[in-house]
Design a protein around this ligand. Structure first.
Ligand SMILES: Nc1ncnc2c1ncn2[C@@H]1O[C@H](COP(=O)(O)OP(=O)(O)OP(=O)(O)O)[C@@H](O)[C@H]1O
Ligand SMILES: [Mg+2]
Length: 423
């Protein structure tokens, strides 16, 4: 490494299906052209291509082959690579760590610790590093939460003798995406994402999100496993990582690409026309081993989000994973109710039917055949999910020790009147 920050190229490593250590898959170069446009280039290594067990990093955009792939989208970072980089939360932590250095997209990839989502790793050496053996333990959660609070409050990271240790602690777990404070922790059961409550949250997010995952399971949706842990007088949500599997030799990893990459779109406003459940069902058809099963599951998630007013169902809150060579929809995660003022019309983040993003029963039904449903089956699915949510959300929340006061605060999220408004 010549300088700490500012790299323009790196090697991309991958943990192959069934393995627990990295091999080098290829090389990624970022080229800022005179015009100001950044071009990203990726090429698979010859020895990687020569392996019988080589798998593509992205089954659509980066198929196995000797081509030099190029992109100018996403500041030159291919979607599958961007999915392995931190988002708002992790970037904030890395910026704190980097001090005044100006960071480029590659810095965020290289500086994020090796617990990122999916099977990829990044580094400046052709030889991949040994796998990380140490993770934060659930016992460290109190320290991690304090650090998260300090970052939220924009305080300086603690300095002095143990500053290095603090940085290590905090950096482990920052490469996961998302905006909310989180860390990756290990216990005897494996790796978990700890999602902390923020002091300014309007309700106990950890308990409510856990209750939503339980409710989604009751509605027939496959979700990430979760549990609540209490640190001092604060609750945190632990979500089991579905892209890691502990073995006696280390962790196996699943490849993972976000809905954003699957849809070939970006986070910005101009790209929103491709933010769509209908298009996502079509993309699943292109890459998944069992597209019908996955499309039906996606339909359920779309309806569930409409019925709990989860309008933060943006493309990064969906993903596909490959544990072996086959791709499938990942378990559902990040299910959060919202309480918009309007009781007549709420819009999901993604288009869900002829009427665009409108979270309305008829709109959800309007294109159900694209999810391999006959209209009557889709209608019955919506009705039973609606009954399940109306009838059980409150007791599910209370059983998960969401307070009476918080239940009052979130009540208007469930089966809002506009869902069945006469059109
Ligand atoms: N159980 C899981 N296993 C593996 N990866 C996960 C899991 N849950 C979430 N992720 C990954 O971590 C990212 C962040 O998680 P999550 O969406 O729960 O965080 P968030 O901060 O609430 O997000 P947002 O910014 O959407 O509010 C996800 O986009 C996904 O890539
Ligand atoms: Mg999210």
């Amino acid at each position: 490494m010549t300088s700490k920050f500012g790299a323009k190229e790196c090697y991309v490593y991958i943990t192959l299906p069934g393995a627990t250590t990295f091999v080098t898959a290829g090389r990624f170069v970022l080229d800022i052209q005179r015009s100001g446009v950044t071009v990203g280039r990726f090429v698979y290594g010859k020895s990687y291509l020569g392996r019988a067990d080589a798998v593509p990093i992205d089954p659509v955009e980066l198929k196995l082959g000797t081509t030099t792939y190029r992109t100018t989208a996403l500041k030159g970072v291919f979607g599958a690579l961007r999915d392995a980089a931190p988002d708002y939360w992790g970037r904030r932590v890395i910026e704190k760590h980097a001090g005044k250095a100006r960071l480029g997209e590659l810095d965020y990839l290289l500086f994020a610790p090796d617990d990122r989502a999916g099977a990829l790793g990044f580094g400046l050496n052709q030889e991949p590093p040994a796998p990380r053996r140490q993770f934060n333990k659930t016992l460290d959660l109190e320290t991690l939460q304090k650090l998260a609070d300090a970052i939220i409050a924009d305080e300086d990271m603690p300095s002095g003798a143990d500053a290095d240790q603090v940085e290590d602690l905090m950096l482990i777990g920052t490469s996961m995406g998302g905006a909310r404070p989180k860390a990756v922790v290990e216990d005897e059961g494996g790796l978990w994402i700890a999602k902390f409550n923020r002091p300014d949250d309007p309700w106990n997010y950890a308990r409510v999100e856990h209750a939503m995952l339980v409710l989604a399971r009751a509605c027939g949706i496959e979700t990430a496993e979760s549990k609540i842990t209490t640190i001092g007088d604060r609750d945190a949500l632990l979500v089991k990582r579905f892209d890691r599997e502990r073995t006696e030799y280390g962790y196996r990893r699943a490849r993972m690409i976000s809905g954003l990459t699957l849809l070939r779109t970006e986070d910005t406003h101009q790209h929103r026309e491709r933010w769509s459940y209908l298009l996502m069902a079509e993309e699943l058809r292109r890459i998944c081993a069992h597209p019908q099963q996955d499309a039906i599951e996606l339909f359920r998630r779309m309806c569930f989000n409409a019925l709990i007013s989860n309008i933060d169902d943006h493309p990064r809150n969906h993903a596909v994973i490959a544990r072996e060579s086959d791709w499938k929809l990942s378990p559902a995660y990040d299910l959060t109710p919202t309480t918009p003022v309007s009781i007549e019309r709420r819009d999901l983040a993604l288009q869900c039917g002829d009427l665009g993003r409108y979270a309305h029963a008829d709109n959800l039904l309007s294109q159900s055949e694209r999810f391999y449903f006959r209209n009557e089956e889709a209608r019955a699915t919506i009705t039973s999910m609606e009954q399940c949510i109306k009838g059980t959300w409150y007791e599910t929340a209370r059983r998960g020790r969401v307070s009476e006061r918080d239940c009052d605060r979130i009540a208007s999220a469930f089966v809002y009147p506009g869902f069945r408004l006469q059109l």
